[in-house]
Design a protein around this ligand. Structure first.
Ligand SMILES: [Mg+2]
Length: 123
């Protein structure tokens, strides 16, 4: 069954890398939608439903931390959100988790790591 994944990241290049990484991880039943920041992410959620959201942290307009908070407090039955971050700061990751994120993936990532972190949300 097809799984719908929303990728929220202000870098189009990074969104491509993430999508390619997911395919390389052997996840071949994913359908992707892309958003460039938290605001666009919320708009995408009004327009469709998703099985999983992958979100960057540093973005203009609405960053990943505020996006997570908005989704987990104002969206009915929100899908799980996994943060993708280049900054390894424990503090930022802990803040995202306390706001409702369900996991995190450090960039750069390996296909194995993607499968480990994201795979369980797509079964
Ligand atoms: Mg960014």
């Amino acid at each position: 069954m097809t799984k719908s994944i929303l990728i929220v990241d202000d870098s189009a290049t990074m969104r491509k890398i993430i999508m390619r990484g997911i395919r390389q991880a052997g996840i071949d039943n994913a359908d992707f939608k892309e958003a460039g920041d938290g605001i666009e992410g919320l708009k995408a959620m009004e327009a469709g439903t998703f099985d999983l959201i992958l979100s960057d942290i540093n973005m203009p307009n609405m960053n990943g931390l505020d996006f997570v908070k908005e989704v987990t407090t104002n969206v009915a039955s929100p899908p799980p959100i996994v943060m993708i971050t280049t900054e390894g700061s424990e503090e930022v990751i802990n803040e995202a988790m306390s706001r409702g994120a369900k996991g995190y993936l450090h960039n750069p990532f390996t296909p194995e790591k993607i499968q480990e972190v994201i795979g369980p949300f797509l079964n």
